[in-house]
Design a binder for this molecule. Sequence first.
Ligand code: NAP
Length: 326
Amino acid sequence: MKTRTLGKTGFEVSEIGLGCWQLGNDFGPVEDKEAMSILQTAVAEGIQFFDTADVYGGGLSEERIGQWRKTLTKPPIIATKVGRHSELYPSGYSKSAVKKSLQASAQRLGVESIDLAQLHCVPREVLFAGDLLAWMEDLQKEGVIKHFGASVEMLDEAMFCCSHPELASLQILFNVFRQDATESLLPLAENNDVGIIVRLPLASGLLSGKMERDRIFSEHDHRSYNKDGDAFHVGETFNGIPFNTGVALVDELKEKLPKGQDILDVSLRWILDQPQVSSIIAGASRSSQVVRNAAASSLPPLDKDLHALLSEYYREKVKKHIRGGI
Ligand SMILES: NC(=O)c1ccc[n+]([C@@H]2O[C@H](COP(=O)([O-])OP(=O)(O)OC[C@H]3O[C@@H](n4cnc5c(N)ncnc54)[C@H](OP(=O)(O)O)[C@@H]3O)[C@@H](O)[C@H]2O)c1
């Protein structure tokens, strides 16, 4: 597993990290044993960067990571998020409430100070008011957190955060079916030493290539209850693309790929081919997926023709189907 520097944190993070939303049972139930197996497999594959949030499973994801962390001799790098807990979201933000929320996360994770705390898709107007970023800076000075970053929905939010002098990292939705960050955001991030963390690399699993039309997801899975944005931002689940349209787009793209190239490998590799990306936090509902995703770090870069094909396919075929704005 290769590593890259995560912006101003200076942390060396694995190119493939692990997204831990599923450990909160928000994709359907994951038994404790399976959750531990996913985490242990990740470490065995060289993954040492983990992304979670206080609200994943109401704290369950952080608790599981905290329990598991105690069993390790070498501590992994854990990023969590703040700002979507009902005590804060959508309008209860204050410095003391943010601090309390972060301290609760630290306790669940079993750490003194959080490695990286990211604002978690807070409302646009709250973000742009700027207080939250200032409070994060204060809390970093107080030692509650070691570094802070932001996870955002839209490109203008990303550009805004990226210009903050102390912001260490930015978590964005970025994949073969959501390419716009390449033009303006990635160069700015590089210039400002902001590490890019990529979420939804497989567009909620669409880009694994295994999805079939009309698949039924568990009622507890956001891919069921948020497929049209009924619970949170419509641009998040399946990348904002209506499910059956997404399946059709993936199937058409598969036909265009050079012989022997697999859509999942191509999707992960395309992201790693962007030098400004520090880590991809791929989700995985079972250990075998962790192993498969980790292997992307060892694949060779895609060639120029394939990059051109993917860029054209996105612009001509995919972009118009994304709901919720970019
Ligand atoms: N607002 C935010 O800040 C925010 C929002 C969303 C996500 N995130 C973070 O980003 C992480 C990743 O997001 P995500 O899990 O939603 O999206 P993702 O990584 O694009 O998709 C994960 C899903 O893809 C499928 N998959 C993964 N690896 C596979 C493989 N090798 N073969 C076949 N299928 C595979 C699995 O679906 P099946 O369950 O169908 O097997 C898995 O649940 C989250 O865990 C979380 O840490 C943050």
